[in-house]
Ligand binder design. Structure first.
Ligand SMILES: [Zn+2]
Length: 164
């Protein structure tokens, strides 16, 4: 549990060499990425993004949840992004459980009833990407001139493959 202590030490080094303090708020590449929180994904690295280039919205599964839509609307309307890329990945934990499974675990671990809550798991990798792209396209808060792409990242090879 010493992570935060290590973070503070690492940050001192980072800040000592930091020279990007003049970046502006709107992303330079005018793009927003929605992807999974999985620790094996380094989206900035595998997409060639530099600091200040893009909004990267991460959650469990890279799902286009209500909260992801909230962030996308702010990204587009207030910060000028014009393109969205949804990226799910191979071996995603979200493929391994159902809402019922997780609700049962929560009941067992915490004694709390979470039945009826949707944790947005999915059973089909490419199908999940298509569903999230479709959710964006169907949202009246995201206009049709916003370009939307879907892709799968392979955690074994580092490759990104488009889902059409
Ligand atoms: Zn994942």
């Amino acid at each position: 549990m010493a992570s935060f202590e290590e973070f503070k030490r690492a940050n001192q080094q980072y800040a000592a060499g930091f020279d990007k303090g003049d970046l502006v708020t709107p992303p330079a590449r005018k793009v927003a990425v929605v992807t999974c929180m999985d620790a094996r994904l380094h989206p900035e690295a595998f997409l060639g993004l530099e600091l200040g280039d893009a909004h990267v919205i991460r959650n469990a599964g890279g799902r286009v949840s209500e909260d992801a839509i909230r962030s996308l609307v702010i990204s587009e309307r207030l910060l000028g992004t014009e393109e969205i890329v949804v990226i799910h990945h191979t071996d995603c934990g979200m493929l391994t459980f159902s809402n019922e499974d997780l609700a049962a675990k929560i009941r067992e671990d915490l004694g709390v009833d979470a039945s009826g809550r949707d944790f947005l798991p999915f059973s089909d990798l490419e199908g999940g990407v298509r569903e999230d792209v479709e959710t964006i396209r169907a949202s009246e808060l995201i206009p049709d001139d916003i370009e939307v792409h879907g892709a799968v990242y392979d955690v074994k090879t580092g490759e990104l493959r488009e889902v059409v």
